[in-house]
Design a protein around this ligand. Structure first.
Ligand SMILES: Nc1ncnc2c1ncn2[C@@H]1O[C@H](COP(=O)(O)OP(=O)(O)O)[C@@H](O)[C@H]1O
Ligand SMILES: [Mg+2]
Length: 229
């Protein structure tokens, strides 16, 4: 589904963030992107979302070269990608339900349809008591889970998360990961940039390690999720 061919990214004047990255990620994979600060994790996510363009090399999404997209193509691409950040970026005046619904409304779903979708999604993700709560009355973990619901309300094919548990303590981070796994069951491909080794050990099925913009390691492993079902 995602193919990178000899991708380089240099930020002006001379900061080499990615250095000859070639990778393939299949539909439905659950990938951790790890590596020390400055390794190029965020840059790689930004290239997939077309927030940045590679200096060299090609990125194909479902066979399509995303660097050739015009403005409309970029808009269409972005509608198929959900984003989650370390900061939750919820709108404080809206309820949890409204925050999620708004993301559906802005891509053209009717107000009713959006609210219905948001309602079912929050229920599916175990947040149904929080429909009417304003973000600031929620815990950090709950806010992040609402933010994740918002990122997937339009059924993206790909979910990109940049240090999503960076501000959460261990137990809450665990809940957040379980939510990502639920989303994966919907068929969404998930890429999580993180340097939380504990989580990666527990949940990583594929672990791509970057160092100085190179792929230092690409490990696939079978993990069992204790106490999950
Ligand atoms: N907008 C930018 N301008 C210049 N250099 C940048 C910019 N964004 C990132 N970099 C540099 O690119 C490298 C990779 O950064 P980044 O992708 O943010 O790494 P990570 O997310 O793994 O910490 C770092 O050396 C960083 O300083
Ligand atoms: Mg980063």
């Amino acid at each position: 589904m995602i193919q990178l061919f000899h991708v380089f990214k240099t930020y002006p004047p001379n900061s080499q963030a990615l250095n000859d990255i070639s990778l393939e990620i299949d539909k439905g994979e659950f990938v951790f992107l790890t590596g020390p600060s400055g390794a190029g994790k965020t840059t790689l996510l930004k290239l997939l979302f077309r927030e940045e363009e590679p200096t060299n090399g090609q990125i194909l999404l479902n066979g399509q070269n995303i660097n050739r997209l015009n403005r409309r193509g970029v808009a269409r691409l972005r509608r198929q990608i959900g984003l989650v950040f370390q900061e939750f970026k919820l709108l404080p005046r809206l309820t949890a339900l409204e925050n999620v619904a708004l993301a559906a409304e802005v891509v053209g779903t009717s107000k009713n349809g959006s609210h219905t979708k948001a309602y079912h999604l929050l229920r599916e993700l175990g947040l149904k008591e929080k429909y009417t709560a304003k973000p600031l009355t929620l815990s950090g973990g709950e806010q992040q889970r609402v933010a994740i619901a918002r990122a997937v309300v339009n059924d993206p094919m790909l979910l990109l998360a940049d240090e999503p548990t960076g501000n959460l303590d261990a137990e809450i981070a665990d809940e957040t990961m379980r939510m990502f796994l639920k989303i994966r069951e919907r068929g969404t491909t998930i890429i999580i940039a993180s340097h939380n080794l504990e989580l990666i050990k527990r949940y990583g099925t594929r672990i791509i390690s970057l160092r100085h913009g190179f792929v230092a390691d690409d490990l696939q492993k079978v993990v069992r999720h204790e106490g999950m079902h």
